[in-house]
Write a protein of this length. Structure first.
Lengths: 343, 326
């Protein structure tokens, strides 16, 4: 097998314990960009410029940004229909994401994917999947491919707590364990599968971590709102996967700040619970960490300002972009670029 | 004398040839390795290519096809086996929702060059969950190429094209044909996807068949010749791309069309072909287009019951006589 890929370094050398202040500020700005983009997506949806549906990840930014910082740029990432944060964490621009949501020709997928299918193949962000749990076996396949090619790449599947009760999750964990694949299963447990508390429909307390032992896989529970905790946990697991140690199940405890989708007000969630999690907003936690590290408020608000400015420009650019070209409805069914199915 | 091989040997032969020429071709499936496949269609692969390229899987159809998809998206050309085509229902999400939509949904960013091979159809008395002809299932989903060879020669040539294709391909290997024999094709034998072939020339009626209904159609044509009816037999070979042009050209000469398909009449592939001929070949027709298809019941177990519901030479020949004689 050929080894076709260069091996660029991850942003944090694996195993390094405390990130530099400069990196923390970068992570803060990355999370602020996602937060501002999700806010823009919500506003654009409410104003009618985004059709269909959206599943926003505000509140879950630290999982995507922390994990991404622990990965190499050539590692594979697979996400769910709540996946804007993963696309952006791997390098998709807010403008390309928002343009996709707005059905523009300049969108990440040319308007053919939409909010639920953001994909940035040039960043090895290989899709957002809207059938719950389906991408876990697919991530196994990418890990298998990396193993056969000897590329030392890792594949990561991010998924919600709801995915832990579907068959594909269990088939994937077993196959990954048996084949000792370099794959990380990262559950974003935001406590609700759509509108229903995950605890009320799951036999175990921790829907992902408590299942891992059944497949003889290591599991880690991590504070998904603490970007540094996520970074460290994923770094350890990625290093283990790269050196032949096999898969890890990571369950990141987090919370979505919007409802499940569209305009869902999420009134099924207790007020006290919402308030407690909003107080543990990942951006607030990181700002506090920066303060403790001696970084002034000015640097943090400058980062936030840059993020908001970037996203404001992205919104304007996406609004100004042309709609999807009607002829593209008939392109790219097949690898030859066409859609012909008969003579 | 030319070498003769069986249909089942042709499967393993063609995969081995592709694995030799392209190191990115890998196989995965249940019992395909050391056990060499429950139908012995992967004989010799494990011995020649080893566990690095021929992977035994658990009974996990979603993991098999899902992993094949992920591998195909990242530089490999997987050949995944689903033991019986009925089991495609266990991984239908991947076959219907994931694999065929990936390239389109991503605006052309990702291709999925894989083959899903599966043993299809009745005739071996396996009952309702191991005997269905389900080649029409994939036809309901844009984005899949669908291949169903009828001869060992075509197994080799179509499998090579399927594995080299950058598109996802469903390859239906018919269980009833596994022991059938034919001339061993030469090295680098390729049959392009989407090119039907005329198996028998005729002037009075066109019979269009696929996989195991090809020998049924040929036998019926031979019998009809004794009655003075000259039947042309077209082996469609692929459902997607569907070579409607070859059928339309034949019908323009014969003016009659009988389609013989093993999948059920309800939703069978013949309905799609019939509608094309109705729209584009109507003025060439001297008789209604007729379909001889699987009956619309689950496949029964007992041999005499099974024989009553899959297309037979008798039923086809009777139908052709009615079509020709009006």
């Amino acid at each position: 097998m050929s080894v076709a890929h260069d091996m660029p370094a991850p942003r944090v050398p694996e195993g390094q314990e405390e990130p530099t202040v400069e990196l923390l500020l970068e992570l803060f700005e990355d999370m602020a960009v996602i937060r501002a983009t999700e806010k823009a997506a919500y506003d654009l949806f409410m104003s009618g410029l985004v059709k269909g549906t959206t599943h926003l990840a505000s509140g879950q930014e630290a999982v995507a940004v922390g994990a991404s910082a622990a990965l190499r740029p050539d590692d594979y990432v697979f996400a769910t229909y709540r996946g804007h944060h993963h696309a952006m964490a791997r390098g998709a621009t807010p403008e390309a994401c928002l343009a996709e949501l707005m059905s523009r020709a300049t969108g990440l997928c040319g308007g053919k994917g939409g909010s639920m299918h953001l994909t940035s193949a040039q960043n090895n962000m290989l899709g957002s999947y809207a059938i719950v749990g389906s991408h876990l076996p697919i991530a196994c396949g990418a890990a298998w491919s990396a193993k056969l090619r000897g590329s030392d790449q890792v594949a990561v599947a991010f998924f919600g707590d709801g995915a832990t009760n579907i068959g594909a999750f269990h088939e994937a964990l077993n196959l990954a364990a048996v084949w000792r694949l370099p794959v990380l299963f990262i559950c974003e447990n935001n406590l609700y599968m759509e509108y229903t508390p995950i605890k009320s429909v799951t036999a175990v307390a921790q829907p992902a971590a408590d299942r891992a032992p059944a497949y003889d896989l290591p599991a880690e529970l991590v504070d998904g709102n603490d970007v540094v905790a996520v970074l460290r946990t994923v770094s350890r697991a990625a290093a283990r996967a790269r050196t032949g140690g096999g898969p890890t199940v990571i369950e990141a405890l987090t919370y979505r700040q919007y409802g499940h989708s569209r305009a869902d007000p999420a009134s099924y969630r207790p007020k006290e619970e919402v308030e407690a999690w909003l107080a543990r907003d990942p951006l607030i936690l990181l700002a506090e960490r920066l303060k403790a590290r001696g970084v002034g408020e000015e640097a943090v608000s400058e980062a936030r300002g840059r993020a908001q400015e970037l996203v404001a420009k992205a919104v304007e650019a996406a609004k100004a972009a042309p709609p999807a070209d009607p002829s593209t409805a008939f392109t790219d069914v097949w690898a030859d670029g066409g859609a012909q199915w008969r003579t | 004398m030319a070498d003769v091989i069986t249909y089942r040997e042709a499967v393993a032969t063609s995969i081995a040839r592709e694995m030799r020429r392209d190191p990115t071709v890998v196989c995965l499936g249940e019992d395909i390795g050391a056990a060499e496949g429950v139908f012995k269609t992967t004989t010799g692969l494990f011995a020649e290519f080893g566990p690095e390229r021929v992977w035994d899987t658990p009974i996990s159809e979603q993991a098999i096809v899902g992993a094949a998809m992920g591998a195909a998206m990242t530089g490999l050309r997987p050949v995944a086996e689903i033991m019986f085509s009925d089991f495609l229902a266990c991984c239908w999400d991947y076959v219907a929702n994931e694999i065929p939509k990936m390239r389109y949904m991503t605006g052309g960013q990702v291709t999925v060059p894989l083959v899903i091979r599966t043993a299809n159809g009745g005739g071996l008395g396996f009952g309702a969950q191991h005997s269905q002809a389900v080649e029409n299932w994939g036809l309901a989903v844009p984005g899949l190429k669908i291949v169903a060879p009828s001869t060992p020669d075509d197994v080799v040539g179509l499998m090579a094209s399927a594995i080299r294709s950058d598109d996802p391909v469903l390859m239906f290997e018919h269980k009833k044909l596994l022991a059938s024999k034919g001339e061993a094709p030469g090295e680098d034998h390729l049959v392009p996807l989407g090119a039907a072939t005329v198996r028998r020339r005729g002037d009075d009626v066109t019979l269009v068949a696929l996989a195991a209904t090809v020998p049924t159609a040929l036998e019926a044509a031979e019998r009809l010749a004794g009655d003075g009816v000259s039947a042309e037999v077209i082996d469609l070979r692929c459902l997607v791309p569907m070579d409607a042009r070859t059928v339309l050209e034949s019908v323009a000469r014969t003016s009659r069309l009988v389609i013989v398909e093993e999948n059920p009449y309800q939703g069978g592939w013949g309905a799609t072909l019939a509608s094309i001929v109705a729209e584009e070949g109507f003025y060439d027709l001297d008789a209604p287009v007729t379909r001889v298809a699987g009956e619309c019941v689950p496949l029964p177990f007992a041999a005499n019951l099974e024989a009553a519901v899959v297309p037979s030479v008798d039923r086809l020949a009777d139908t052709v006589r009615r079509t020709v004689n009006g």
